[in-house]
Design a protein around this ligand. Structure first.
Ligand SMILES: Cc1cc2nc3c(=O)[nH]c(=O)nc-3n(C[C@H](O)[C@H](O)[C@H](O)COP(=O)(O)OP(=O)(O)OC[C@H]3O[C@@H](n4cnc5c(N)ncnc54)[C@H](O)[C@@H]3O)c2cc1C
Length: 175
């Protein structure tokens, strides 16, 4: 076995001229026949209103049950003049595109109102909405973490509550 004492060898100083003159060399790369150099897996949608600027966000989570119910989130958001957001599983499952994801790996929102329907309130989601002025949560589980962040909580089926809220807004528009 060979051993070396610490500081037994001094480093050799680098020649200033050598350090300042990088060695360059040409490398021939033949790209003939290569059809695809960059593959766009998912195009980022930059156009249109952004969640980051929305005053009102209605967000849906896995508690919506089926993708068709996300239309209720979009409808209510539209009627309130806001935008629809989503938790990550909905984006992962293709219910909605990634520009609508709220959270750590999504968008950071700061709306006046954040209505979370069927969202559990995982830390990674809350990073994207805890700066909201008012959070309203709808969840069937009274112990769901989201209720710790919400100013108003409704324990119930978010699909029913979304339908009721849409009806209520419609009635307000009529009267
Ligand atoms: C590195 C990393 C980054 C992540 N980044 C993000 C991110 O940016 N955004 C994000 O959202 N997540 C992110 N996640 C995932 C996150 O940890 C959670 O898994 C996710 O937020 C859960 O989504 P959810 O609340 O919709 O689903 P779930 O956790 O499955 O919660 C569904 C909720 O709906 C309730 N529910 C069920 N049925 C009904 C009903 N009929 N009516 C009302 N409520 C109902 C349930 O009680 C439950 O609370 C990340 C995870 C990791 C590891």
């Amino acid at each position: 076995m060979t051993a070396l004492l610490a500081n037994a060898v001094s480093p050799r100083p680098v020649e200033p001229a050598a350090a300042a003159s990088p060695v360059t060399c040409d490398v021939a790369v033949d790209l003939d026949g290569v059809e695809e150099r960059v593959r766009v897996v998912e195009a980022a949608k930059a156009e249109g209103p952004r969640l980051e600027d929305a005053e009102i966000v209605v967000a849906g989570g896995r508690g919506l049950g089926v993708s068709e119910h996300f239309a209720l989130v979009e409808e209510l958001a539209g009627k309130l003049g806001g935008l629809a957001g989503a938790s990550r599983p909905l984006v992962d499952d293709g219910w909605i595109d990634a520009s609508r994801q709220v959270g750590l790996t999504g968008r950071i929102t700061r709306p006046r109102l954040y209505l979370a329907a069927g969202v559990s309130g995982a830390t990674q989601h809350m990073v994207g909405c805890s700066a909201a002025k008012t959070i309203v949560a709808v969840n069937t589980d009274p112990d769901a973490p989201i209720f710790r962040h919400a100013r108003y909580g409704i324990v119930g089926d978010c699909v029913e509550v979304l339908r009721e809220l849409i009806r209520a807004v419609d009635q307000m528009e009529v009267t």
